[in-house]
Design a protein around this ligand. Structure first.
Ligand code: NCD
Length: 305
């Protein structure tokens, strides 16, 4: 039984295969429109979500499958104190695949150990978010042609930003990648990302608090929101929330073919004025995510088209 809990659960070859499938879906959507007929995806979201949940659901519908989902975590038995394991076991009686988002790091892993259907981590606390990484990699590939020889800047909340952790882990397996970490000192990446991911894989990286000083060298700028829900006190959040606001003037020294990514939701980090800049890729990322989630569902359900 295959799950997607951590992006490293997929080999680089499998990522290539998923991107090839996603491209094929874009070109020939009709070929896939009945692929998951009779199959059910359950979305178990114990944290807020717009894109991840709706794109999973749209993905399953576009594959001809069905979706089971709860109005909110408060309306599920988790509110009565049910364990993740018991909830997962129950849902596995109804569904063929589960996508789970949970505030506790490791909750989707616990679910996967208790059921015999595939479990997809749709975000666990401040830890990982591998399906956002699928969208990010596919966007980089479509914008740049290849995922290689790129200087990728991550800016914002690198401590709690789970999408950052998963994408850095994924990029560490590609050739010629350089990483630039741009954050307030309080919000640098967890130390395991530096030691176990970047240093272990000999990925050149630098850390700075100053976005403008590194802007000219970036091929990709991955902006992130300061993760309010993971802060222990409001004061720290208020002090740090507007550390980086990308405005058109800050792009003056940027490369002409820079790609600006953001997993969204954006709060204040990217001025709306940038949306019309051809370098803005964040809404393309939203669409790419749906196609990659379609490809992932096909793979985990072992559906051949
Ligand atoms: C991200 C998440 O949930 O971690 N959102 C998403 O799934 N696209 C990013 C965020 O919430 O800041």
């Amino acid at each position: 039984m295959r799950n997607l809990i951590d992006i490293l659960d997929l080999s680089v070859e499998e990522l290539d295969e998923l991107m090839a499938t996603a491209s094929d879906i874009i070109e020939h959507p009709a070929r896939y429109s009945e692929a998951c007929r009779g199959k059910k995806l359950a979305t178990l979201f114990f944290e807020p979500s717009t894109r991840t949940r709706l794109s999973f659901e749209a993905a399953m519908y576009e594959l001809g499958g069905n979706v089971l989902s709860m109005a909110s975590a408060n309306s599920s038995s988790a509110a009565k104190g049910e364990s993740v394991a018991d909830t997962a076991k129950t849902v596995s009686c109804y569904a063929d695949v589960i996508a789970m988002r949970h505030p506790k790091e490791g909750a989707p892993l616990v679910a996967s150990l208790n059921v015999s259907i595939p479990v997809i981590n749709a975000g666990d606390g401040g830890h990982n978010h591998p399906t956002q990484t699928l969208a990010d990699l596919f966007t980089i590939k479509r914008e740049k042609g290849e995922i290689r020889d790129l200087t990728v800047g991550f800016c914002g909340d690198l401590k709690f930003g789970r999408t950052v952790h998963s994408l850095i882990s994924a990029l560490a397996r590609y050739t010629g990648i350089k990483i630039v970490l741009i954050s307030p000192v309080e919000l640098t990446v967890p130390s395991y990302i530096m030691t176990d991911v970047l240093e272990k894989n000999n990925i050149p990286y630098e850390q700075t608090t100053d976005l403008l000083s590194v802007m000219p060298k970036l091929d990709i700028l991955y902006m992130t929101r300061v993760q309010k829900e993971r802060f222990f006190n409001e004061e720290d959040y208020l002090r740090l929330k507007d550390s980086y606001i990308l405005t058109p003037d800050k792009l003056k020294t940027a490369k002409k073919d820079l790609s600006i990514l953001h997993p969204l939701p954006r709060v204040n980090e990217i001025a709306v004025a940038i949306d019309d800049d051809p370098r803005a890729c964040y809404f393309k990322q939203v669409l790419n995510a749906k196609y990659m989630r379609m490809a992932l569902i096909l793979k985990l359900l072992e559906v051949k088209v």
